[in-house]
Design a protein around this ligand. Structure first.
Ligand code: TMP
Length: 210
């Protein structure tokens, strides 16, 4: 049995990741490719419990505590869901992963990339995706979409200011440009179908081998 593929979707709030993951899962289903959808923080019972703590607006984690908790959630997710699924030949489609910690805690939170990568080495033995799709949308449209989705009740991190989210966006772009073999930058402009076509085009090399 061949190892599955690990595909992550990244981007700021309201970039359309969840919709695009669902459309990709439908496309894999039609091709008979075994897969699962998961998300971070979360994906396992332990990591979902940490998610509730991380996103609770009544708690006030600083960037270090946040990064440790995200890394702990990720460690559980990687060990108990992602690695077993890949070993089982499944494609794992994950809504956010390590690069969110690099952009949010490492970039906007000021912790730095090296520290985030060290936590990832300790927690998850440095597992990296086969392909990371960065969905990019202009800030105005993204904020509007996130507001509609959250109906005025954004989580603790989503509720941070525009400056914080601008830093997240910039950091994601820098990460993608530094690692062009793993990342593909995808414009979120246009219809869901337009964006899905870009996603499928980006994954052609991997799909050809499936
Ligand atoms: P979601 O709304 O896309 O499910 O993500 C939850 C929030 O957590 C979102 O504001 C991004 C943030 N986040 C981080 O700050 N660091 C991380 O490592 C991950 C996975 C998410």
């Amino acid at each position: 049995m061949t190892r599955g593929r690990f595909i992550t979707f990244e981007g700021g709030e309201g970039a359309g990741k969840s919709t695009q993951i669902r459309l990709l899962a439908d496309a894999l289903q039609r091709r008979g490719i075994p897969h699962l959808i998961t998300r971070e923080p979360g994906g396992t019972a332990g990591a979902e419990a940490l998610r509730a703590l991380l996103l609770d607006s009544n708690l006030n984690w600083d960037a270090r505590a946040e990064a440790l908790l995200f890394a702990a959630a990720r460690a559980d997710h990687v060990a108990n869901l992602i690695r077993p699924a890949l070993a089982d030949g499944k494609w794992v489609l994950c809504d956010r992963f390590l690069d969110s910690s690099r952009a949010y805690q490492g970039g906007a939170g000021g912790l730095g990339d090296e520290q985030v990568m060290t936590l990832h080495d300790i927690g998850s033995d440095g597992l990296l995706p086969d392909c990371t799709l960065l969905l990019e949308l202009d800030p105005g449209t993204a904020a509007q979409r996130a507001a509609v989705r959250d109906a005025g009740a954004s989580d603790r991190i989503g509720a941070k200011g525009a400056d914080y989210h601008a830093m997240v966006r910039d950091r994601f772009r820098e990460l993608a440009d530094k690692e062009p073999r793993r990342f593909v930058r995808i414009s979120g402009d246009g219809s869901e179908g337009d964006v899905h076509a870009r996603v499928m085009h980006a994954l052609e090399p991997l799909l050809a081998l499936a």
